[in-house]
Design a protein around this ligand. Structure first.
Ligand code: UD1
Length: 418
């Protein structure tokens, strides 16, 4: 099993190019079931994307990847379509459940494995199913599978989500793509990745309007045969390197981004004392000597992202005073805390709130990655710690960070994979 060995306290300097967004690519890949010929560019070459590709191949799509150009070509000629998403492919990647909406709306039936819980929380799919049922699907849960059918096709409806979910919003939009008439979704997630999905579906011929948290979808009129789409940048990857730069950089430029989509995160970093210069498609950032404490709560976009909570916590260990993070999205997303404590961090958790006392000098240790974002927080901690840090179980990192060591090494970090 691979591990990362990091020698800390090395100043970073250089340029980091941000990859395409994993969380935008996954639903867009699922939606290619609805398309004929699709070319996607700016694809991040990470494990979750390859798992989704395996799933699409299993379903019957033809997929050709050009790794050098980071592009994928997909064809759905509907010869032998399998409306099944098996457990072995959905269990390692929850986003597999996103094929449910497109399969059901196009082929009127689908059998998709329940993704189950995961380390950061129970992560049910009740909101996905609620939306599909309102669109007229009959759904049963049997032997660990969601078995859905809509013999006469889905019919547009007005659906209000009781709470905000990224995945449920995406599945509902995808199902509404083929539903008769108009679908109005209320209390939706409006993450930039969802907006990218909507841009893709509009190219496919679907009429979609967004008004605040309301999304109105009109059934597609005519199928557009060939579509090209460039995936947006990964704002979570960008946010992760922004935090690394505040911790350690002499001068780092983060490029290939749209800083407007990181507005809240940049505001938080500036309030903590970060020196940030924003340009149109890049950010220049230098280490801050005196960081100030801050209190934040994770929220759906445009709030502070839960996917950057663990990384920000590492920064808070270096800020003067008691910082607080309230995790509102997932019930068990503080698993990095015991590992950070082993490196010397002073963190207490009470209910949903982590209290972080700083500044603390961290010391290298052997630590265990538990999920994707927790893993990268341990890498950040290793980069600022005295001595050597070994991060085990880094397969979590490979699910979502493209060339992490390469990008950090280019900025002179001492990091290697063994
Ligand atoms: C997506 C992102 C993930 C991010 C999360 C929140 C992808 C591939 N993943 O995950 O990186 O951390 O959004 O921004 O885009 N919930 C229910 N019932 C449901 C669905 C969700 O109760 O049917 C709950 C979840 O348990 C969680 C909350 O709603 O507590 C938000 O989850 P959701 O927004 O659905 O996250 P994902 O789409 O799984």
């Amino acid at each position: 099993m691979h591990k990362l060995i990091i020698k800390g306290k090395k100043e970073l300097t250089g340029t980091i190019s941000i990859s395409g967004s994993k969380n935008a690519t996954l639903p867009i890949l699922a939606s290619t079931i609805l398309s004929r010929e699709t070319k996607l560019t700016n694809i991040p070459l990470v494990k979750d994307i390859f798992t989704m590709i395996e799933l699409l191949k299993f379903i019957g799509l033809k997929v050709i990847i050009d790794k050098k150009k980071k592009s994928i070509f997909l064809e759905n000629f509907e010869k032998k379509i399998n409306t099944l998403a098996p457990y072995k492919l959905v269990k390692t990647m929850r986003a597999g459940v996103l094929v449910l909406g497109p399969l059901l709306t196009k082929y009127k039936k689908a059998k998709v494995s329940l993704p189950g819980g995961c380390a950061i929380g129970t992560r049910p799919v009740d909101l996905h199913l609620l939306a599909l049922k309102k669109l007229g699907a009959k759904i049963q849960i049997k032997d660990g599978y969601i078995i859905a059918d809509a013999k006469r096709g889905l019919i547009g409806a007005k659906i209000k989500f009781p709470s905000i979910s990224v995945g449920a919003t995406e599945n509902a939009i995808l199902a509404a793509f083929g539903a008769l008439g108009t679908t109005t979704l209320l209390n939706c997630a409006i993450e930039p990745e969802i907006i990218d999905l909507i841009k893709f579906l509009r190219k496919l011929g679907c009429k979609i309007k967004i008004e605040g948290r309301k999304i109105i979808i009109n059934r597609k009129r005519n199928i557009i045969k060939k579509i090209n789409h460039k995936i947006i940048f990964d704002r979570i990857e960008a946010g992760t390197y922004l935090i690394a730069a505040v911790l350690l950089s002499k001068k780092i430029v983060i490029k290939k981004i749209n800083p407007r989509l990181l507005k809240y995160e940049i505001k938080v970093l500036k309030r903590m004392g970060a020196k940030i210069k924003i340009s149109r498609n890049s950010i220049l950032i230098a280490k801050s000597k005196k960081l100030k404490k801050i209190n934040i709560s994770t929220k759906p976009f445009p709030g502070f992202s839960t996917d950057l909570q663990a990384q920000l916590m590492v920064l808070m260990t270096q800020a003067k005073g008691m910082s607080k993070i309230k995790e509102n999205i997932f019930e068990n997303r503080f698993m990095h805390v015991p590992e950070l404590r082993r490196m010397g961090a002073k963190i207490e958790i009470k209910n949903k709130i982590a209290y972080i006392l700083g500044p603390t000098r961290l010391t290298g240790a052997e630590v265990m990655a538990t999920d994707l974002r927790a893993s990268v927080s341990l890498v950040l901690a290793g980069l600022i710690a005295d001595n050597r840090t070994i991060v085990n179980r880094i397969y979590h990192l490979d699910r979502g960070y493209e060339n992490l060591e390469k990008k950090l090494k280019k900025c002179r970090a001492k990091i290697k994979r063994i």
